[in-house]
Design a protein around this ligand. Structure first.
Ligand code: PGA
Length: 246
């Protein structure tokens, strides 16, 4: 696990965008794994700016989103389908049929899982980009999730609901369940890049980096992968024992 600590979220996001564009340019049919949440917003803005100014071509890019809430219509403002349209896809020349997001509504969940797994099998991920939850989750793989897990339905952890309530009218409106790519599937990516910023991620980052792999900290599974880069701002890195300048 390689660690890079940046002075600001802006620098961290710019580095992540450069790495993403490099992956697109060096693969004929690039496959990206994408997160949602607050962390990747600047990265996505950099990718949009790059597309506008450097014309990076997304017509052959395939994307997989990690997760989706169960029970929200894909047009619901808080669904991750809508988030991805708003923050990235509609600004790029990416064909919608190349973008895979697990479906949390409208079809039986067993079918949603089957469809997503079979798409993953057809398109192995070149670069999986991740955020991390304050409880150490990756995707919606909450503490306790098996490292052998593939796509599955999960009950959201109270910490996740608390963190995500800012996007909903009230905590009670945060969905209880989600569908998520599993930890095993995440580890199949050829390369992984995890981003974390802010003090509220410092403890999770410390457990991921310094503790042995344990299902109590799902992100610690990344230690089992041989090509992981962790990008941090100073606040997220503040509890780490060693210095990791970029
Ligand atoms: P955040 O969420 O980027 O909104 O902090 C990250 C996550 O929960 O994985």
């Amino acid at each position: 696990m390689k660690l890079l600590v940046f002075d600001s979220v802006d620098e961290m996001s710019r580095y992540a965008a450069e790495k993403t564009v490099q992956t697109i340019e060096t693969n004929q049919r690039p496959v990206l794994g994408l997160p949602t949440g607050d962390t990747p917003l600047k990265l996505y803005q950099y990718l949009i700016d790059d597309h506008i100014h450097n014309h990076t071509d997304y017509s052959d890019v395939v994307t997989f989103n990690l997760d989706e809430y169960i029970g929200l219509d894909s047009k619901d403002y808080n669904s991750y389908h809508a988030y991805m349209q708003r923050h990235l896809f509609r600004h790029l020349n990416i064909p919608l049929e190349n973008t895979f997001i697990p479906k949390g509504n409208g079809i039986p969940l067993s079918k949603a899982i089957e469809d997503y797994e079979s798409a993953l099998e057809k398109h192995p991920i070149d670069l999986q980009i991740l955020g991390i939850g304050a409880n150490g989750h990756i995707g919606f793989n909450e503490p306790g999730t098996s490292f052998e897990s593939t796509t599955h339905v999960i009950e959201l952890d109270p910490i996740t609901k608390e963190n995500n309530k800012k996007h909903f009218p009230s905590r009670a409106k945060v969905p209880n369940k989600a569908i998520t790519m599993g930890i095993h599937s995440i580890l199949q990516a050829k390369e992984i890049m995890l981003l974390a910023s802010g003090t509220n991620k410092a403890e999770a980052v410390q457990s991921m980096v310094e503790a042995p792999p344990t299902t109590e900290c799902p992100a610690s599974a990344l230690k089992l992968h041989n090509k992981v880069t962790v990008l941090l701002d100073k606040e997220a890195a503040k509890l780490l024992k060693e210095e990791h300048p970029c």
